[in-house]
Write a protein that binds this ligand. Structure first.
Ligand code: 13P
Length: 345
């Protein structure tokens, strides 16, 4: 298959009107934090068990069209010995892989960060091919302070995202482009809107410069929200601010925008997505999810590291996936949270 045909096929498999993406690609330090919160040791076997629990959830493919995996997961198997990417495919969920190698300080831009991993990206994408992922993900983060992001921070992070996306498309992988404006801080929603607008503008400028074909990428942005230490904004206000910024910056050629949850609670993230879809008007893109914490938190808590809790954990994941699928269609109501979490017969 030609590279173009591969990209086209992946977009067709991942983008529809009801489903979203699960981010299960926590790096070793991040999964360590998630496991520590439920008293589970961060061993390779625990990570394998937990991630195969997620991927073997009965009926998950009804609500999810993609899953982002950590590199290690590409080469792990479920309890029956099936490679985990194959388990995803068998559920009609496209597997992808996180390819950034984490962040560090950006020299001469105090407070800004930059992500590593471009040098051997082509070789890694070629090596992963046999394991079956069809898309990739790369995250750049932008802390908000009175001085950040700087002009250099905006420029350098956009360049890295665009270079990553161009290499992915050359290698036949659909890139998920993730510029995340962080929620940390006491800034208000207007400041988040201002920064997110600068960020997305610089990212699409760089994508254009690097020849990235917007039809064959997905955007994974933050919602426009007040900082964690500021008063919470109601879903309608979040939706209005988020749509305004996206309409100003994201070309109509992008097929789908899949939000990260970024520290919102599971119910908050679902309610905000619902409001965005209710207010979307004539927005040209699908507006869906690529949540990590907001999909996994109840499942992690139900599992608590105990094999006998497996089915209950799967039921919790399925419930969040289903409610977000409804929210993605603007059909979620908060009372639905009272429904029990159950697996299909
Ligand atoms: P959260 O939804 O937990 O922010 O995770 C999404 C993600 O993939 C961050 O890179």
């Amino acid at each position: 298959m030609s590279t173009h045909a591969a990209l086209e096929q992946t977009i067709a498999q991942m983008v529809d009107e009801t489903r979203g993406i699960l981010a299960a690609d926590e790096s070793l330090p991040t999964i360590e934090k998630r496991f520590a919160a439920i008293g589970v040791e961060n061993t390779e076997e625990n990570r394998r068990f937990y991630r195969s629990l997620l991927l073997t959830t009965p009926g998950l493919g009804k609500y999810l069209s993609g899953v982002i995996l950590f590199e290690e997961t590409l080469f792990q198997t479920d309890d029956e010995g099936r490679p985990l990417p194959e388990v995803a495919w068998s559920q009609h969920i496209v597997p992808g892989v996180k390819v950034d190698k984490g962040k560090g300080p950006l020299t001469n831009a105090p407070g800004d960060l930059i992500t590593r991993g471009l040098d051997d990206l082509t070789e890694r994408l070629q090596r992963f091919r046999a394991a079956g992922p069809a898309f990739a993900k790369w995250r750049e983060v932008y802390p908000i302070t009175p001085r950040n992001p700087t002009r250099l921070g905006l420029h350098a992070n956009a360049e890295v995202l665009a270079r990553y996306a161009a290499v992915c498309q050359e290698q036949g992988y659909v890139p998920i482009v993730e510029p995340e404006v962080l929620m940390d801080g006491d800034h208000d929603i207007d400041r988040c809107a201002e920064v997110t607008e600068h960020v997305l503008h610089s990212v699409f400028h760089a994508l254009h410069l690097h020849g990235v074909e917007l039809e064959y990428m997905l955007l994974k942005p933050n919602m426009v929200l007040p900082g964690k230490d500021c008063r919470r904004a109601p879903p309608e206000e979040v939706a209005e601010a988020t749509l305004r910024v996206l309409k100003r910056t994201v070309p109509a050629a992008v097929p789908s925008i899949n939000f990260l949850s970024g520290g919102q609670g599971p119910e908050e993230a679902t309610a905000n997505l619902n409001a965005i879809n209710q207010l979307r008007g004539n927005a040209p893109w699908q507006l869906s999810i690529s949540y990590g914490r907001a999909l996994q938190q109840p499942a992690l808590q139900a599992w608590a590291g105990k094999p006998e809790n497996r089915r209950q954990a799967q039921a919790e994941l399925l419930k969040r996936a289903r409610l977000n699928s409804l929210a993605r269609q603007g059909r979620y109501r908060p009372e639905m949270e009272d429904e029990p979490a159950v697996l299909p017969e």
